[in-house]
Design a protein around this ligand. Structure first.
Ligand code: TXA
Ligand code: MG
Length: 319
C-alpha cells in the first residue's frame, strides 16, 4: 500500500521520478503527476481506469507559472484568477506546446487552477513543473475528501499519499472558460455562481447531463456510489422505499423516520459550505453501510446548493 505522510520532500522526489502522488486540495484529493511528461500523465489514466477522452486539470502555484504554458488569458478570466486563486476555480485557457495532448484529450484549452492548501502549495513551489491531477478516485466513483479515502481505493497504485487532513470545501472546483467573449461555466463546483457573477457580471451556464465535447468528464453518471441513489423531494421519495433498508441524506429537515433508517444530515443548521464538505464523506459512509438504497434530499437551488444537487443527480443517474 502507499505510504501516507506529510513529507513534502518525499512527495516531490516521487513526482520528479515520474511517479504518482496523491495531493490534498481544498476541494478533493488529487492524483498527481508531472503535467509536462506524457509518461507520468499516462500513469494517472491507468491507475484511475479513466478513459483518455476525459482531460485533466493542471495545478500550479502562481499565475506567473500559468503563463508559461498558456498563450493568453481573457481579461474577465484574469479578473477571476486574481480574485479567487488560490481557490476552487478552474479556468480553461488556450494551451501552448508544453502541455502534452494527453492532458487535454487533444483539446486546445487546458484546465488550470491554483489550489488552496498549504502543503500542496508548498509542494508545487518546490517543483519546476506543474501537476496534472484529477480527483484521486477510480473513474466514475465518489471523489475522496481524506487521505484514507484515497488509500482505500487507489493505495496499491500510488507511491505516496500526502496527508493534508480532510478537505474544507469538499466538492470539486467550478470550471469556467470563455467563448466568443462570453464567459461560460462548464462545471458547477466549490465556487458559487453568485460569487463569480458578483465579480464579473452575468455568466452563461452550460452544464450537460450527457457527454459534452467541451468538458468530456461531465458524464451523466459520475460521482456515483455502488448502491442505488434516488434524489428529489424527500417526502415524495420516502414512502416508496419504506420496505427497503434505507440510508437517507438530509439538509437540516426534521422528519420522523423508522429507527432502522440510517440518517446523514449534511448540515443541521442548513449551512451550504458545511453541506458541501460533508457530501462525499456521507455518500461513502452510506455506500459502506448495511443498507440497500440511498435517498437524498434536493437542496434549495442557491449558493453551493446548486452544485450539491448536480452531484446528487449524477450520483443517481443510471449508467
Ligand atoms: O477540484 C477539482 O477540480 C479537483 C482537484 C483535484 O483539483 N480535480 C478534479 O478533476 O475534479 P477531475 O479530473 O476529476 O475532473 C476534471 C474535469 C474533467 O472531467 C473535464 O470535465 C474538465 O474537468 N476538464 C479538464 N480539462 C478540460 C479541458 N481542457 N477542456 C474541457 N474540460 C476540461
Ligand atoms: Mg473526478
Amino acid at each position: 500500500m502507499a505510504e501516507i505522510g506529510k513529507q513534502i520532500d518525499t512527495a516531490a522526489l516521487h513526482l520528479k521520478q515520474n511517479n504518482l502522488v496523491a495531493i490534498p486540495t481544498e476541494t478533493v484529493y488529487g492524483l498527481a503527476a508531472n503535467a509536462l511528461n506524457p509518461i507520468a500523465v499516462a500513469k494517472i489514466f491507468e491507475a484511475k481506469n479513466r478513459p483518455t477522452f476525459d482531460p485533466l486539470i493542471v495545478h500550479t502555484h502562481s499565475l506567473q507559472q500559468v503563463k508559461t504554458f498558456t498563450t493568453s488569458i481573457h481579461p474577465l478570466l484574469h479578473q477571476l484568477a486574481l480574485k479567487f486563486w488560490p481557490g476552487p476555480l478552474t479556468l480553461l485557457l488556450p494551451k501552448n506546446e508544453l502541455i502534452p495532448a494527453l492532458v487535454t484529450s487533444g483539446l486546445d484549452r487546458v484546465g488550470v487552477r491554483i489550489p488552496k492548501h498549504p502543503l500542496t502549495l508548498e509542494l508545487l513551489s518546490k517543483l519546476d513543473f506543474p501537476l496534472a491531477a484529477p480527483s484521486a478516485n477510480p473513474f466514475g466513483y465518489i471523489s475522496p475528501t481524506s487521505a484514507l479515502h484515497v488509500e482505500k481505493q487507489l493505495g496499491n497504485k500510488i507511491s505516496y499519499i500526502l496527508d493534508g487532513g480532510s478537505c474544507d470545501v469538499g466538492i470539486e472546483s467550478t470550471i469556467v472558460g470563455e467563448e466568443n467573449g462570453q464567459i461560460i461555466i462548464y462545471r458547477l463546483g466549490g465556487l458559487a455562481i453568485e460569487d463569480i457573477e458578483k465579480e464579473i457580471g452575468t455568466v452563461q451556464v452550460q452544464i450537460n447531463l450527457s457527454s459534452n465535447p467541451k468538458a468530456p468528464g461531465q458524464l451523466k453518471s459520475h460521482y456515483a456510489p455502488k448502491k442505488p441513489v434516488y434524489t428529489g423531494n424527500i417526502h415524495t421519495l420516502l414512502p416508496q422505499f419504506l420496505n427497503k433498508k434505507l440510508g437517507i441524506i438530509l439538509f437540516g429537515e426534521s422528519i420522523n423516520l423508522p429507527e432502522t433508517v440510517i440518517v446523514k444530515d449534511l448540515s443541521p443548521s442548513q449551512n451550504y459550505q458545511e453541506a458541501a464538505s460533508n457530501l462525499f464523506k456521507y455518500l461513502r459512509e452510506l455506500d459502506e453501510a448495511a443498507i440497500d438504497v440511498i435517498i437524498a434530499t434536493q437542496l434549495p437551488e442557491i449558493s453551493l446548493g446548486i452544485a450539491i444537487n448536480d452531484r446528487l443527480r449524477r450520483a443517481s443517474a443510471p449508467i
